[in-house]
Design a protein around this ligand. Sequence first.
Ligand SMILES: Nc1ncnc2c1ncn2[C@@H]1O[C@H](COP(=O)(O)OP(=O)(O)OP(=O)(O)O)[C@@H](O)[C@H]1O
Ligand SMILES: [Mg+2]
Length: 263
Amino acid sequence: MSAQPALAVENVTMRFGGLVALSEVSLEVAAGEIVAVIGPNGAGKSTLFNVVTGLYRPTAGRVRVAGEEVTGRPTHQIVALGVARTFQSSRLFTGVSVLDNVIIGMHALSPPSVLQALLLWGRTRRELRLAAERAERILQSVGGNLYEQRYRLAEELAQADRRRLEVARALAGEPKLLLLDEPTAGMDDRDTDALIEDIRRIRRDRPQLAIVVVEHDMRLVAALPERVAVLDYGRKIAESVFDEIRLNPWVQEAYLGSTTIDD
Ligand SMILES: Nc1ncnc2c1ncn2[C@@H]1O[C@H](COP(=O)(O)OP(=O)(O)OP(=O)(O)O)[C@@H](O)[C@H]1O
Ligand SMILES: [Mg+2]
């Protein structure tokens, strides 16, 4: 096992013109660890993911993945180091099957494009069969009944299953670092609980996988992560275990209501 953190964000600042989306943000995530990032709309959470995955080059600061500096490198190089993500708004390939969405995920983990679909062509039957078998195992491993729905079109899935499929697709590249951007968006409590179980199972099966999850839903934030980082206007204003974070006045105000929290 490498002693290097799976992810090290060091003093990252990201400016868009006069807007400071991230201001000297640092965050470390060890292999096997789950860290949640919370904060209000516009706090810079997705920007952080975009910087880590090379979509944005930070104005200042560094990003290291498994010890290797990746600041400003193109996304495909960062993906090759074992970084996968899901997007806040669904980026599934709606015109293809659930199974093919996962197979596509094995080849490239950036937002899907027609080019990626074309990657499916020109493969030998044996390659395709092996890929399909692997994709089926991944679908079985994420829970729910995605596996049973594997031949349906992605667009026919219920919202919760689409989110699940995005996670499955991200896992297809066997990442070392998984970034989930609001995976429970649009889910009710029941689906959220199911997703929490999915993530627990994923972690059990992949004990070295580091996960960063941007999340608004306190159910998930309370249930999963070892640590919680709070962003506000691009600054990290707190970072601790959930039991401490929940006592933070800002967090109480923003997320938990101003009344005391019942256990
Ligand atoms: N490409 C861009 N160009 C200009 N401004 C941007 C760009 N990307 C993000 N921003 C701005 O940076 C700030 C942070 O945005 P970001 O999407 O990271 O917030 P967020 O914390 O993910 O919010 P939400 O909870 O709504 O998803 C916002 O003010 C946003 O408008
Ligand atoms: Mg966002």
